[in-house]
Design a binder for this molecule. Structure first.
Ligand code: ACO
Length: 335
């Protein structure tokens, strides 16, 4: 596990945005295509509906909408962006990066662009990466996007996974500011020995696309749900405690806890272990699990709802395939 060091310059999130596709798919809609029902899904996951992108929308199209919203919120022109990172596990294609397609669509002509792959923890890792680039003076303005078209990579005949995911995108703009604390020290970790509990085993260089891969549906996400659940609760709880300790804070100092929106039971379990249930944000009911997009969609909703004001502290915590996990604390500097 790595802990980030203190920054040379204080870096803040100066704008947020999100985009959710228009099409709503309810639990009852899913019950028409797989053997499931609203009661099972809602009781086990807290999900009622999710958004699904149009066939003609790729991940970069969702990312572009969220990016435009975040730039407008920050009052920053696309040409001012020096670094553009897209966190995703559902890229438009293997290469070039989804970030390059977003660059072209928004006109961020002065940015260098790449994708970051850390599954559902991706947007948290991307914020840390961008923060450090700004803190050391390598860049001035960064745009971090979490975007997913999960609907392309799930097996719509597998009721154990297809009910859990949705499509969407969230984005943040980062800059050095005169804030006292900004994005504070974070804690991040990974455990590759557990990769096969949550992965897409086919279609890459290990197991290239072939008739056999397609017949075995290995190009789709596979998950050991119960194991993922246990590790997600454990790692997000421990990361939260650790990041508080590192920054010499207690849970009482945090205005709002924003966890990866994987499942309401996971979020509630963390909330009750830390006795912060009343400050755990949740929107999984509306959007299901949007993987790397979830944290930034949630942050935008928290901010736009007026829950956090200038100087309030927001704790971000995530967990995803890899396994990967982490947490950081953000001093809100834009009301
Ligand atoms: N509808 C109805 N029944 C279902 C469904 C469904 N959609 N899916 C599974 N079942 C059935 C199973 O077949 C099983 O039936 P059986 O007992 O006859 O064999 C029964 O329900 C229980 O299945 P379990 O998998 O044991 O159910 P569980 O209570 O563990 O809940 C769930 C499954 C919701 C997936 C849970 O394990 C979970 O939340 N895991 C974490 C998943 C997650 O959040 N992943 C993402 C985190 S990281 C990231 O975001 C990438």
């Amino acid at each position: 596990m790595t802990n980030s060091s203190n920054s040379l310059r204080t870096v803040s999130i100066i704008g947020t945005g999100r985009y959710l596709p228009e099409k709503v798919v309810t639990n009852d809609d899913l019950a028409k295509i797989v053997d499931t029902n609203d009661e099972w899904i809602y009781t086990r996951t807290g999900m009622r509906e999710r958004r699904i992108a149009r066939d003609d929308q790729a991940t970069s199209d969702l990312a572009t909408e969220a990016a435009r919203a975040a730039l407008a919120d920050a009052g920053v022109a696309a040409e001012e962006v020096d670094l553009l990172i897209v966190a995703t596990l559902s890229p438009d294609m293997f290469f070039p990066s989804t970030a390059c397609f977003v660059q072209e669509q928004i006109g961020a002509n002065n940015a260098y662009c790449f994708d970051l792959g850390a599954a559902c923890s991706g947007s948290l890792f991307a914020i840390e990466t961008a923060k450090n680039q700004i803190a050391c003076g390598a860049v001035q303005t960064a745009l971090v996007i979490g975007a997913e078209k999960m609907s392309t990579f799930i097996d719509w005949e597998d009721r154990s996974t297809c009910v859990l995911f949705g499509d969407g995108a969230g984005a943040v703009v980062l800059r050095a500011t005169g804030a006292e604390r900004g994005i504070m020290q974070g804690t991040y970790g990974s455990d590759g020995s557990l990769a096969d509990l949550l992965w897409t085993p086919g279609g890459g260089s290990r197991n290239p696309i072939s008739q056999a891969v397609i017949e075995q549906k290995q190009q789709f996400l596979k998950m050991e749900g119960r194991e993922v659940y246990k590790h997600a609760v454990k790692q997000m709880t421990q990361s939260t405690l650790k990041v508080l300790e590192m920054n010499e804070l207690t849970a009482d100092d945090i205005k709002c806890f924003v966890a990866h929106q994987a499942n309401a039971r996971i979020i509630s379990a963390i909330g009750s272990r830390l006795d912060v249930q009343d400050r755990m944000f949740m929107n999984v009911e509306k959007y299901a699990n949007t993987s790397a997009a979830a944290l930034l969609i949630a942050l935008d909703e928290v901010v736009k709802s007026g829950t956090v004001q200038q100087g309030d502290l927001v704790l971000l915590v995530a967990f995803g395939g890899g396994f990967t996990w982490g947490a950081n604390i953000v001093e809100w500097t834009k009301s």
